[in-house]
Design a protein around this ligand. Structure first.
Ligand code: PLP
Length: 350
């Protein structure tokens, strides 16, 4: 039977008129255990990756977008609008296409990974580029969303976070309980809040016997929560978390405190190291922002943070093909050879 998507699967938590459901069969993503990486780095834990890059548009944003667009459709809106560093716009464009609605996408100048822009364009969104950063783009969007036919689908839309809770439900269903720790990248900080709410719901209805400690990671050049102030000019290779003034800042701090977790920073070097390692040692290609969660796991493990046998889930938020430029920059160039086997064999040493 075809998996119906997260709304039908979790309809009790995501109520909407059945005729308004807009789905691309998002969710139901694999939770895979790390094999070689935990051994090579001598991590004393059971480490699982939640592979959110395997959603229909290649990131977890689909979980929130299916519900936000369904609710907009139900309410009779004609268009959806968002500001985005990329993945939100890719998802908004795809779900709007599915719904027969117009998608309006506002991106910050020159800071969007190529794959994401390509998605918004091919799905038929009207794409506008603002001469400014993400936070400025969001201000434009908020004003336009006052139009009666336009629904805002940035993460300040409450339906987005409600849909995103489904990832925590799936993890509890896969493991039979919540993990001890959940590691996750933090940008606008919606996802960390959504996971926590999801874990709490399953705890309340006794599907989980415990709650995880939520451990969020910002990029060091874009770490307003860690530093305790707005960052005017956030800088990081991890473009999906290049956010200077997170929309869910206060909620994220509450989640860290309530779950006895934390929000910390990892450097671009640590992010890129984890990005290459998860691809080269465990075989999963995620985008740089996603690797912030694994960079956090590696960093905390090296400081002796974990007990032996702790269960850790690490959300890999988006697919690596979103940002092909980074993958190429982080890899040696192709080796030029003449067209014969001997020329190739000279370069290998098995
Ligand atoms: C949106 C996004 C994030 C950040 O999630 P927030 O909810 O904004 O904290 C991280 N990684 C990827 C790939 C994203 O698309």
């Amino acid at each position: 039977m075809l998996y119906p998507g997260i709304i039908k699967k979790y309809l009790d938590f995501l109520p909407v008129a059945e005729t308004s459901i807009v789905t691309l069969h998002e969710g139901n993503t694999p939770l895979f255990e790390s094999q070689r990486l935990v051994k090579e780095l001598k991590l004393p834990i059971k480490l699982f990756y939640k592979l959110e890059g395997l959603n229909p548009t290649g990131s977890f944003k689909d979980r929130g977008m299916t519900y936000a667009v369904s609710k907009a459709h139900e309410a009779g809106f004609k268009a959806v609008i968002c500001a985005s560093t990329g993945n939100t716009s890719a998802a908004a464009a795809a779900y709007a296409a599915r719904a027969g609605m117009q998608a309006l996408v506002v991106i910050p100048k020159g800071k969007v990974a190529l794959g994401k822009l390509a998605q918004a364009q091919i799905h038929g969104a009207k794409v506008f580029q603002v001469d400014g950063n993400f936070d400025q783009a969001l201000n434009v969007v908020k004003e336009v969303a006052e139009h009666p036919k336009v629904s805002l689908v940035n993460s300040i839309n409450p339906y987005r976070l409600m849909g995103q809770q489904s990832a925590a439900f799936e993890i509890v269903e896969s493991l039979g309980d919540a993990p001890d720790y959940h590691f996750i990248p933090v940008g606008n900080a919606g996802n960390i809040v959504a996971y926590w709410r999801g874990y709490k719901k399953f705890y309340e209805i006794a599907k989980a016997k415990k709650l995880p400690k939520m451990c969020g990671f910002q990029a060091a050049g874009a770490a307003p929560i860690v530093e305790g102030h707005v960052i005017e000019h956030p800088e990081t290779v991890a473009t999906a978390i290049r956010i200077g003034n997170p929309a869910n800042w206060k909620f994220a701090e509450e989640v860290a405190a309530e779950s006895q977790g934390f929000i910390k920073a990892v450097t671009d070097e640590e992010i890129l190291d984890a990005y290459r390692k998860v691809a080269q040692i465990d075989g999963y290609f995620c985008e740089p922002a996603s690797a912030a969660s694994l960079a956090g796991v590696i960093k905390m493990a090296q400081s002796g943070f974990f007990k032996s046998g702790d269960t850790v889930v690490c959300t890999l938020t988006g697919h690596g093909l979103k940002d092909p430029d980074q993958a190429i920059q982080q890899s040696p160039p192709p080796i030029p050879i003449s067209a014969d086997a001997q020329a190739l064999l000279k370069h290998i040493n098995l």
